[in-house]
Design a protein around this ligand. Structure first.
Ligand code: GLU
Length: 374
């Protein structure tokens, strides 16, 4: 049972969603917020490092402005995030201060993860805050993040944070009890799953429900987060924030919510970035021989196995490695740019120099820079 280890967790990421922070009418649920902050502060007093990922900026901003629901246009949402984020942090700052805790606001976008240097900078900043005995309060920078530079939901953001700081546990506190074997709103017989070792396509399909009117996630984004955590080696729990002392109970190993059990080994730091943080800038399509060599034999990707190249990417960027059937089998950092790979595709390693006039690497993607999807 993995739950009994939670008692030894030294670094925890806790994510609270808009539905936890607010009542159904959008007003702040002060009682619940205070309870959660008290629990977090007490964990901190026990020398457990806590990082809080909070939603609610857009929701709180909307309520402040007297709106009945979140507006549709992106600029309006950006503006409301700016209004709400300030209000939200003010509240956290005030209540945490009552327990003698200092907090730090960290606002991230997808772009901060995308480039390796920015990713390392973000990681270092978070670790420095924790080392100062301060509690980072993290949200997406919704005011500047639009579309392609957006995580889009804080479940994914919290999984990324848990991964980059190497957390021992991620808790997602929500208005649901956990993951059910079918949609409990439709099927009264639905059973809560206590432990999940593998996320199936079926689970994803039956989780395509919407969140509440003030939040953006649903079960699907939680499964996406679980996928990231399981692959990166971080246990994750989804539980209902309505439960009294929910955080303490999870730490105690009580059997509530759903726990997602990670694979045994923790992933190497660079591979984590390749797998979850970076975005892909193109594709290389490989033949069956190369596919087998990558998946079964632990080999690097050589030019000879490449059939096609798509996209216009530079050396050092991350590309998707796809089978001839079109699905992605791996991701990796390329040693050559798209133009060069097109030239050497299908050729032997010994021919690289002749084709390109130089040869810095034998491999198009070295094994150490390759992440194999399951
Ligand atoms: N970042 C958004 C906010 O603070 C919330 C995203 C989410 O609920 O997942 O309003």
């Amino acid at each position: 049972m993995i739950r009994k280890n939670f008692n030894n967790a030294k670094r925890i990421v806790i994510k609270v969603g808009t539905s936890t922070l607010t009542h159904e009418n959008g007003q702040l649920n002060l009682y619940r917020i205070e309870r959660i902050i008290r629990e977090i502060s007490d964990l901190h007093n026990r020398d457990i490092e806590v990082l809080l990922v909070t939603s609610g900026a857009i929701g709180v901003g909307s309520t402040r402005m007297g709106l009945k629901k979140i507006p549709r246009t992106i600029p309006e949402k950006q503006a409301l995030a700016a209004i709400g984020q300030g209000a939200l942090l003010h509240l956290y700052e005030k209540i945490f201060a009552e327990y003698g805790k200092t907090v730090a606001q960290v606002l991230l976008t997808r772009e901060d993860m995308d480039e390796r240097i920015r990713y390392l900078n973000a990681t270092n900043a978070l670790l420095a805050i924790i080392n100062m005995n301060v509690i980072p309060i993290i949200n997406e920078n919704d005011t500047v993040a639009v579309d392609e530079i957006k995580f889009g939901d804080n479940d994914t953001l919290s999984a990324m944070v848990a991964t980059i700081v190497n957390a021992d546990l991620l808790m997602i506190l929500s208005d649901v009890d956990g993951l059910y074997d079918s949609d409990p709103r439709v099927n009264k017989e639905a059973k809560l799953l206590n432990e999940v070792n593998e996320i199936t396509v079926n689970m994803e399909e039956s989780s395509k429900t919407r969140g509440t009117k003030f939040s953006s996630g649903g079960m699907l984004t939680k499964l996406k987060a679980a996928n990231i955590c399981m692959a990166a080696g971080v246990p994750m729990v989804i539980a209902n924030s309505e439960i009294e002392n929910v955080i303490f109970k999870i730490i105690n190993g009580d059997s509530l919510g759903t726990v997602f059990v990670p694979k045994e080994e923790k992933m190497h730091a660079r591979k984590k970035w390749i797998a979850f943080a970076s975005v892909t800038h193109g594709k290389v399509i490989v033949d069956e021989g190369a596919e087998q060599a990558l998946l079964k034999k632990g080999k690097s990707l050589l030019p000879s196995g490449i059939k096609e190249v798509e996209g216009d990417f530079e050396r050092g960027m991350i590309v998707a490695v796809c089978s001839t059937k079109g699905y992605e089998i791996a991701r990796g950092m390329v040693n050559y740019n798209a133009f060069q790979i097109k030239k050497i595709a299908g050729k032997k390693t010994s021919e690289i120099e002749k084709m390109l006039g130089e040869k810095d690497y034998d491999e198009v993607i070295h094994r150490n820079n390759l992440w194999i999807k399951n």
